[in-house]
Design a protein around this ligand. Structure first.
Ligand SMILES: Cc1ncc(COP(=O)(O)O)c(C=O)c1O
Length: 386
């Protein structure tokens, strides 16, 4: 039997993970700045998450949301102080793309409008709805026709927002574009986007599947921009490693969604509830966003300083611990050399090396990563690091 896989093999067999590290079957230790596409932001096997999951495992693993259960009430209490502004409702699903699907469905139902607007370089997932608002043609084209109408505008282009019209149900955006190349929105753009959507009765969906839950230095990435979205999608980090995603909604939207509008067999199962509850506790107790902000600043500064001599480096950018090193060359070799030096990273866009670090990363780890990065870029440029 063969596994169908849509990701190229990294050629490593991983046997264990702890904190910011994973180990291969030869006992080699790696600094994991890939973190399973950003999932292990709270560290591999975060002790609190493991403890709550084990306890839940001994209790009950599966239960539909039609039945009440204490762990759900506990999760709701824990996440209440973390909720996005004015969003008193949460619905749990199992993956980022599912959260995006529900947000799109909700927008159509609430507004009665059909059209969605997204941005160039966006990534929102790979099921038919989320794929429709994902920019990369390579992902979309084989599966056309997708849902319509969809329009893609230029990210961070304020003038382009004039094209928004009142047939649009929602604009979906990433406060920091992740897969597209780690590109933060500008303050002016985020503000103009909110103003323009509000004026035209268009819902604003903040897709924070990658950027949310502390990674950028705030609990939610939109909070960097003094705006309030109407709907927020979260995933990856919110389960501390357990597969779970969420859609946050204000009352006026949640109240208009009723029985039959959506559903999920696994969504909100007791294990996911225990995971989100534990992850929320960790976020608060360990002041994770604050740590991500401080460590992210340190890491970006170290990277910038270490790469000043490299002509192939176009830009080092990011927010908190969501960091991209944009190159003028294909980043494949750099990512390979990083891995040879025991640092796992991932690609974003066509030319960016992306670090999605667990928040527990130390200064020593950063030095390790920066050293490996210099070697990687030197090899990419075809010369040895001095
Ligand atoms: C912003 C954003 N939205 C949605 C998704 C899709 O999430 P998933 O792969 O869990 O379906 C991703 C995944 O990388 C993402 O970065």
């Amino acid at each position: 039997m063969k596994l169908v896989t849509f990701y190229g093999s990294r050629g490593l067999r991983i046997v264990r993970g702890e904190g910011q590290y994973v180990w291969d079957d030869h006992g080699e230790k790696y600094l994991d700045l890939h973190s399973g596409h950003g999932v292990a932001f709270l560290g591999h096997r975060n002790p609190k998450v493991v403890e709550h999951l084990k306890r839940q495992l001994d209790n009950i693993m599966t239960l539909t949301t039609a039945f009440d259960i204490d762990v759900r009430d506990e999760m709701l209490r824990e996440i209440d102080v973390l909720k996005p502004d004015g969003m008193d409702n949460i619905f749990l699903l199992n993956s980022g793309t599912e959260a995006v699907e529900l947000s799109l469905k909700a927008a159509r139902k609430i507004t009665g409008r059909k059209k969605f607007v997204a941005f160039k370089n966006s990534f929102h997932g790979r099921t038919m709805g989320s794929l429709s608002v994902t920019w990369n043609k390579k992902y979309r084209d084989p599966f056309e026709p997708l849902i319509s109408p969809i329009e893609f505008l230029d990210f961070n282009d304020i003038d382009g927002l004039k094209k928004l019209d009142n047939s649009t149900a929602a604009v979906i955006f990433e406060p920091v574009q992740g897969e597209g190349g780690v590109i933060p929105a500008t303050q002016e753009f985020a503000k103009a986007l909110r103003e323009e959507t509000e004026k035209k009765g268009i819902l604003l969906i903040s897709d924070e599947v990658q950027s949310g839950f502390g990674r950028t230095g705030k609990v939610w990435a939109y909070q960097h921009f003094s705006i309030k979205p109407d709907i927020l999608t979260a995933g990856k980090a919110i389960g501390g490693g357990f597969p779970v995603s969420a859609v946050f909604l204000p009352d006026h939207i949640a109240e208009k969604l009723g029985e039959g509008d959506h559903g999920t067999t696994y969504g909100g199962n007791p294990m996911a509830l225990a995971a989100v509850k534990a992850a929320s506790e960790v976020l608060k107790e360990e002041k994770v966003p604050e740590q991500a902000a401080i460590k992210g600043n340190t890491f970006i500064k170290m990277i910038k300083e270490a790469l000043v001599d490299f002509r192939s480096v176009r830009e080092v950018r990011g927010l908190g611990l969501m960091i991209g090193v944009d190159l003028r060359l294909n980043p494949g070799t750099t990512i390979k050399v990083l891995q040879d030096n025991r640092v796992l990273s991932l690609k974003a866009g066509l030319s960016t090396v992306r670090f999605l670090s667990p928040y527990v990363i130390s200064n020593q780890d950063m030095e390790w990563a920066v050293d490996a990065l210099r070697k990687g870029i030197a090899e990419t440029e075809g010369k040895k690091a001095s």
